[in-house]
Design a protein around this ligand. Structure first.
Ligand SMILES: O=C(COP(=O)(O)O)[C@H](O)[C@H](O)COP(=O)(O)O
Length: 326
């Protein structure tokens, strides 16, 4: 008979549910919340042996990992924390793991601030920036430009179906940035008024492809056609190590009801029940090829997308396992 899987702390369960249901969302915020949950699990663990502690941590990491598949910041965070489990006794393991998780969270915050300063150098006084979705890394560049005394305006894409553009608009208005909110379909028309497209990333592949909120690739193609540079703000935690060995990044498919309510469905089909002839697809992310991206801004500097693999090798080496194999 197989042993029961080890218990995970209720905080881990609650965080995993919040990530899956997008009350916690955005790649950096997800990584931060996962590290925090692992720290809590470590601190509260009542494991009776070092081995029990380690397997409890691995179970917690797995629970968090299985929430959303696209943002690599999540497995990168889990792996980083688990690699910090060090010690001969449960008490030692507890404190080393919690310290590692807390160091991760501090580094994440510092990396975002540093990236912001680097990204701000690309923004001139008076520039208009077009955004898509809500990215804390992208906003960090605008915040740093504002701190440098530059005037920046924003054209904010609504970002259907979940309208994360509203969160971006709210933050920018808090900073007193003039905001023009547009529906996604208006982006090409308004690109003529923009000096930059500025987006974040959920994952960056070894060939420099950028995986971000659905609609990013179309925006980048239009921007290239209009001659507007595309800047991707992404901390190195967004670099996807598995893509160095040819793995592709899984694109999350979300529920139909984000796009079409049950009532709307029956209005279309005239039926109460699901109609197999009407399929709703709801991919949450897409892939922008490197040729449509001008720069990837990280805390280590800014890179043409094609050269990001060099940084990836330096940071991750060639071989990477699952987070719980750390
Ligand atoms: O695509 C999204 C969020 O998608 P969702 O709302 O589906 O999570 C963001 O652009 C990236 O995660 C980067 O965000 P950040 O820069 O904050 O990491």
């Amino acid at each position: 008979m197989e042993d029961d899987p080890p218990d995970v702390d209720p905080v881990v369960d609650a965080t995993a549910t919040d990530i899956a249901e997008m009350r916690i969302r955005g790649a950096a915020t997800i990584a931060d919340a996962a590290a925090e949950a692992l720290a809590t699990h470590a601190k509260r663990s009542e494991a009776s042996s070092p081995e029990a502690f380690r397997s409890g941590m691995r179970a917690a990491a797995r629970r968090l990992y299985e929430t959303r598949p696209t943002a690599v910041s999540l497995p990168n965070a889990l792996r980083y924390v688990l690699q910090g489990m060090d010690g001969e006794t449960v008490a030692e393991l507890r404190s080393s793991t919690a310290a590692r998780a807390e160091a991760f969270r501090r580094d994440l915050e510092q990396a975002q601030a540093k990236l912001g300063e680097i990204g701000a150098n690309r923004l001139r006084d008076g520039d208009v920036v077009m955004t898509h979705c809500h990215s804390t890394d992208a906003l960090s560049c605008i915040e740093a430009a504002l701190e440098d005394g530059k005037h920046v305006e924003a054209i904010v894409k609504e970002t259907r179906p979940r309208k994360q553009g509203h969160i971006t608009a709210e933050q920018l208005r808090e900073w007193d940035v003039p905001v023009t909110l547009i529906v996604d379909n208006a982006a090409r028309r308004y690109l003529d008024d923009a000096d930059h497209v500025l987006v974040g990333a959920d994952s960056i592949a070894a060939d420099g492809s950028v995986i971000n909120k659905i609609g990013t690739s179309g925006l980048a193609v239009n921007a290239r056609e209009r001659g507007v540079p595309v800047m991707v703000a992404a901390q190195t935690i967004k670099l996807h190590p598995d893509t160095m060995t040819g793995h592709t990044v899984a694109i999350e498919m979300r529920e139909e009801n984000e796009v079409l309510s049950t009532d709307e469905r029956s209005e279309i089909t005239g039926l109460e029940e699901a109609d197999d002839g009407l399929i709703v697809e709801n991919p949450a992310f897409d892939v922008t090829p490197p040729r449509h991206v001008d720069a990837i801004v990280t805390e280590r500097g800014q890179f043409p997308p094609e050269s990001i693999v060099t940084l990836m090798r330096e940071l991750f080496g060639e071989t990477i396992g699952e987070p719980w194999e750390a």
